[in-house]
Design a binder for this molecule. Structure first.
Ligand code: CA
Ligand code: CA
Length: 330
């Protein structure tokens, strides 16, 4: 896959806390990934959630069974070799041996997580899904590693765009993006619009800068497409955390984001705070809604999600509907 870009773009502000910053580049051109034209429908018994983050520890004992498997890269090829490791792009999607997702940082299929952020997010999604679903559906987490502190902000956003296209192509039903930055990026918006056309939902962080995003925009949350939900972070007392961004027109919902206990690489666990964590909380609930209600479209899915939330006077002027998802704090 080719990506060409012009450097020297405006830089975004840096997120404090556990969400990641990115920056945008101006005047970039980006070769779009063509959508596969397979007619395979999503199987109802599983909900596929793309986690666009720092990777996931796919060997963590709590996560192992929830990692997405690309069936087109499993089984034996005509030579009797394992498709997952044969060095061939068996499903013809442009990625070789992408059995659990893709590492856009190193451009290979190794999606392991050195930072811990993505594994923490994956654990929250898994816990919330498991605790709130009623049926027997399974969760599958597609690991899309876009972020590395070693990369320039420009590369991090290019990898974000590639990851959104990948999630769309491989038919994830929900994309979790616990990150953002201050400037809009046309190709990122286009990627999300593309996902929207296929009914894919995107849950995104409101940001950790204690700013009013009605005034100071934060992207992708501020694209305000109707297939997106932006999430602010609640503290344990039910109000917003001191760091959370807010916006009565631009933040959709609030969820727990203070000292959230979840998985970390190498079978460890720990506490992290951020709108990142709140975003994952909402994604887990949304995945359960998709599993249980099988909503015909994302509008119905969001309606069901909001029915699980409670009205919170403490969110007056801080989020659009003053609704908070409060239950099942891990
Ligand atoms: Ca492939
Ligand atoms: Ca292969």
């Amino acid at each position: 896959m080719n990506a060409k870009f012009i450097t020297g773009g405006a830089l975004s502000k840096t997120l404090k806390g556990a969400a990641f910053s990115k920056s945008v580049f101006m005047g970039a051109s980006f070769m779009m990934v063509c959508l596969l034209t397979t007619s395979a429908k999503a199987v109802n018994e599983k909900v596929v959630v793309a986690v666009i983050d720092t990777g996931i520890d796919t060997e963590h004992k709590d996560l192992k069974k929830t990692i997405w498997i690309n069936v087109g890269e499993t089984g034996k090829d005509s030579q009797g070799r394992d498709k997952a490791t044969n060095g061939i792009d068996d499903d013809g999607n442009g990625y070789v041996d992408d059995v659990n997702g893709w590492n856009f940082v190193d451009n290979n299929n190794q999606v392991s997580d050195q930072e811990g952020h993505g594994t923490h997010i994956a654990g929250i999604i898994n816990t919330q899904f498991t605790q709130t679903k009623h049926g027997s559906a399974d969760l599958q987490l597609m690991a899309l590693k876009y972020y590395s502190p070693k990369l320039s902000n420009q590369m991090n956003i290019i990898n974000t765009i590639k990851a959104i296209h990948y999630a769309t192509m491989m038919k994830a039903q929900i994309v979790n993006y616990s990150a953002g930055g201050a400037m809009p990026e046309f190709y990122e918006l286009q990627a999300i619009q593309n996902a929207r056309k296929l009914g894919i939902m995107m849950v995104v962080a409101a940001g950790n800068e204690t700013e009013d995003t009605d005034v100071v925009r934060y992207y992708p949350a501020s694209y305000r497409l109707d297939n997106m939900i932006s999430v602010a972070a609640l503290s344990k007392d039910g109000g917003l955390t001191s760091f959370s961004n807010y916006g009565k027109n631009t933040v959709d919902i609030a969820a727990p984001g203070k000292l959230i206990y979840s998985t970390l690489p190498q079978n460890r666990y720990g506490f992290l705070s951020g709108t990142s964590q709140a975003t994952a909380f909402v994604t887990g609930h949304l995945a359960a809604v998709v599993a249980d209600k099988k909503p015909a479209n994302y509008k119905l899915a969001f309606e069901s999600l909001f029915k699980q939330a409670v009205y919170s006077p403490a969110l007056k002027g801080r989020t659009k509907f003053q609704m908070a998802l409060l239950n099942e704090i891990p």
